[in-house]
Each structure stands twice: as C-alpha cells, then as structure tokens.
Ligand binder design. Structure first.
Ligand SMILES: [Zn+2]
Length: 336
C-alpha cells in the first residue's frame, strides 16, 4: 500500500496572467520527496557553512584584538628597553669620563713620585708605566660643544664600554704598581733620613769660626810644629755644644789635657769628641739625637780661651772633620 502511495502522481497547475496558457506539472510523490530532501540537505549544509564562517570571522576578530594588545605590550617593553639602553650608554659615558679623570690624577701622582725619587737617590729604576697619555685619555672622555648629533650605535656603545673597561683594568694595575713603588720610595726616604740622622754633617756650635784647622800647625803653647787632630771653633763661654749626629754617649770625662769632654759613638765605627767644655749635660750610655745639646762651650784643660776642640775618629783614628761638616762651610774653610 505504501509503495503505491509513492507511485501516485501529483499534478501542479501553474496559472500565469489571465491570457496565458496553463502549465501542468505532473510529479510523483517520490520525486517530490527527493526534491524536498535535497532542498533540506542544501539548507542544512548552507547553515553549517554559515555557522563555520561566522565562527572563523569571530575568531579572526578576537585574534586581531589579542595581537593588538600584544603589540602594544611589546611596544611598551621596547620603549622601556630603549630607555634602559640610553641610561646604560649615559652611565658608560660618565664612567669613561671618570676614568679619564682618574688617569689624569694618576699622571699627577706619577710626577709626584718622580719628585720623590729625586729626593731619594739610588732608588730602583722606574719601569715605564703603560697606558695612554693624559691628553688622549681626556679627549676620549670629554665631549665638545655643538656640531651635528648622531645617535650612538650599538657597536659604538660596545666599543665605549670595552674601552672604558680596559682603561679601568689598566688603571687598577697601575695603581697597584704605583702603591708598591711609593711604598719602596717611602722606605728609601726613611732609610735616607735615618742615615742622615746617624751621619755627622752639622756644626757642633752656634759659632762657625774655625780658629785652628785639622793638620800640622804651630802648637799655641810650645810654638813648635805639631799635628792638630781636630778643629778649634771659637765661641762664647757657655754657648751650647751639640751632638753632630744621633748616637750613644761613649764617655763623659775630665782631665787636665782635654778638660770636660764627651765622646759619642755613631754608626760604622765613627766617633765624635768634644773637648774643653765648661760643663757636660749627658751621661755615659745616653742616647742622643742629632742637634741635641750635650754641654757648654768652655776653656777647661789645655786651652788658651773659650773654644771647642772638635775631633772626628774613624775606627779609633782621628780624621779630618771637614767631610763631616756642612758642605757650604767646608768651602769657606778651604778658602781660609
Ligand atoms: Zn784643638
């Protein structure tokens, strides 16, 4: 019965305008069913495609918005990073200027060191220090005024950073070397100072009038030729008599020949002897400094008037005191 229903035909009458001929379409129910199904399928497919297309459009829009957001974020990051790079460049520039300034100070210190070396002769030979000259270092760090402004490239920034780093490394090494050399110079100066303290090179009296030099002379008492083992320096009674160098008092004594007298032991077998003193103010074993008063000028012992007989002994033998006197006065003495 069903099968028969499908085979039944339906007639569709299409009536156009009033004077047109009538069109009759005879279609079986099955054909109609197939046409309806096809239409439904087409409609369904269209719907699905539309929905998918809509979904894609929405998805693209969402992605576009998201991309815009990310781009804005990246732009912000880029801006921040550019600002940081600029700050770093400025820092490197400031450091390079500081390095140039330190280099300039270092050069001044080196000149000072050279001056110190002049004060301490016989010092170690100075090694030529490396590094660039002051002018080059300063010009690298200091900029001029005006001119066309070119933005600093990444390569230039790296070069400046590398050059600044190298300059600091070189300065670090030089400062260490300089500190070491200055330490050595200080020790040499101290040694020189101490040596000078131990070496007789000053007048033992306020007066600088030599009345009888070292060597052969006519004895003031016997008027016969004799050898004078020291120098006689005229002076006022009671004038201070000074130790000519630091040392230890070897003896303080009195006898008819030398009167009140003091012997001071210095370095390297050197002794100085002060005779005819009016009084003494040191004791045996006392440590004395250079220029320290040890007694008063007098005329005790075998003496014709107030004077100091000053004698220098090297390894127990009297020697000419002239080399142990201030150089200016040695000339005067020779001229007399
Ligand atoms: Zn004398």
């Amino acid at each position: 019965m069903k099968f028969t229903w499908f085979q039944n035909k339906l007639t569709f009458v299409i009536i156009p305008e009033a004077n047109g001929s009538v069109v009759r379409l005879k279609l079986s129910r099955a054909a109609l069913w197939c046409a309806a199904s096809l239409m439904l399928l087409l409609f369904g497919t269209t719907c699905i495609l539309s929905v998918r297309s809509l979904h894609s459009t929405v998805s693209v829009s969402l992605k576009s918005v998201e991309m815009k957001g990310r781009t804005a974020q990246l732009e912000q990051d880029l801006h921040r990073k550019n600002a940081a790079i600029e700050q770093l460049q400025n820092d490197i520039y400031a450091l390079s200027k500081q390095a140039a300034e330190v280099r300039s100070q270092m050069e001044r210190m080196k000149r000072l060191e050279q001056d110190l070396h002049k004060l301490a002769p016989g010092s170690v030979e100075r090694r030529k220090a490396g590094g660039q000259p002051v002018s080059a270092a300063v010009s690298a760090g200091a900029g001029g005024m005006g001119g066309e402004a070119f933005p600093v490239t990444e390569e230039q920034t790296h070069e400046l950073a590398a050059a600044t780093g190298a300059r600091y490394t070189a300065l670090h090494t030089e400062i260490k070397e300089l500190a070491s050399r200055l330490g050595q110079t200080k020790r040499q100066l101290q040694e020189k100072q101490e040596r000078r303290q131990r070496t007789p090179d000053i007048w033992p009296t306020l007066s600088k009038v030599i009345t009888s030099p070292y060597g052969y002379r006519k004895d003031p008492f016997t008027k016969k030729l004799s050898f004078h083992r020291g120098i006689d320096i005229a002076g006022k009674l009671g004038d201070p008599v000074y130790a000519v160098a630091s040392g230890v008092v070897h003896s303080v004594a009195y006898d008819k020949l030398h009167g009140h007298n003091v012997v001071i032991e210095h370095d390297q077998g050197l002794r100085t002897w002060y005779m005819h003193l009016n009084s003494t103010q040191v004791s045996r074993g006392d440590k004395v400094d250079k220029g320290q008063a040890i007694g008063q000028l007098g005329t005790t012992g075998r003496s014709t008037g107030p004077h100091l007989h000053y004698e220098v002994m090297l390894s127990g033998k009297s020697t000419d005191p002239a080399p142990y006197m201030p150089s200016n006065n040695r000339k005067k003495e020779r001229n007399k």
